[in-house]
Design a protein around this ligand. Sequence first.
Ligand SMILES: [Zn+2]
Length: 384
Amino acid sequence: MNRRSFLKWANLAGLAAGLPSASAFGATVEDTKAGARPDAPATPKAASPETILLKDYRPQSIYKIPITEVAKAKFPVIDMHSHPYAKTAAEIDEWVRNMDEVGIEKTMILTMSTGAAFDEIQRKYAKHPERFEMWCGFDLAGFDKPGFGPAAVKELERCKQAGARGVGEIHDKGQGLRSGKSKAPGMHPDDPRMAAIWDKCGELGMPVSLHVADPIWMYQKMDRHNDGLMNAYEWRLDNQPNIVGLSGMVDILERTVPRHRNTTFIACHFANLDYDLARLGEVLERNPNLYADISARYAETAPIPRFAAAFYEKHADRLVYGTDMGFGKAMYRITFRILESLDEHFYEIDQFSYHWSLNGFGLSDGILKQVYHDNAAKLLAARA
Ligand SMILES: [Zn+2]
């Protein structure tokens, strides 16, 4: 889960009151129609431009140009990055209806959980085995004590028995591995203590969804030059002690993946190299057992549509679709608009919490089929 989905999740669960930052994100109602944003900050009356704050800035495009509404994805979609946002049977049914309407064939639920917590989520979603797959987490307890490896492997095998089909989302933003609430401060993916666990994932046919680092502006100075300032400030990492930076985390990813060639890794969110896709391309080329998911980095790539589209074209066989942003129809449709259309200069500030304008990539049918579906289907089929 990333920062946005957490806020959405927290809001859906009625936890937002405890989160002072939620309102700063304009915590969106999932299916708000474009233009009607009941929760967007109100414009102060007759505010002088001198007093309008960046966080309140809601520009509206002036251009009379085509607006493409993509109600349903052009081809069937496998969503490789979601979380157990739906909590009740009714919500899960609603999610399935939304998936039908927008064209999502199947969704990977990255539970990040083990033990009883995993089993409970597994039970809740069991009514729709064709529509949802449950992926488990790691039990990182005792990571600093002898016997950690075998214990974690044992729980992984148990989760597999209980229905887990993959592993994720496992995080390391630079301070150590985390699987949901289970944490291992200072232990990174390339740590020798993790080696047997990664190998076991391959042996069990469980792909791993691995989130390394976070967007570059989270690590940069929080000043007027920071390109992602409003979002970056909320999720800042520049003030964290003992943190490996973004580039160092990508190095760690690249040390880990080649050591475990029989394990399939999916780097979440373009490995947070959405700002440096050329480097991601090199990492993918060096590592045949690595894929990247495109979840929750739509706003971060839509400002550079030509470069991003060229990247999709070059690495179309290694990119998989994901969302990570709840299960509202409007959310899915924005991702389709960005991938499919050639629309220019549109805003989705309250969905993504950046002030930039966005542009569509206009991906070809062949690339859409690969990214939406075929790469994921191939990766999932290879497990058997
Ligand atoms: Zn996620």
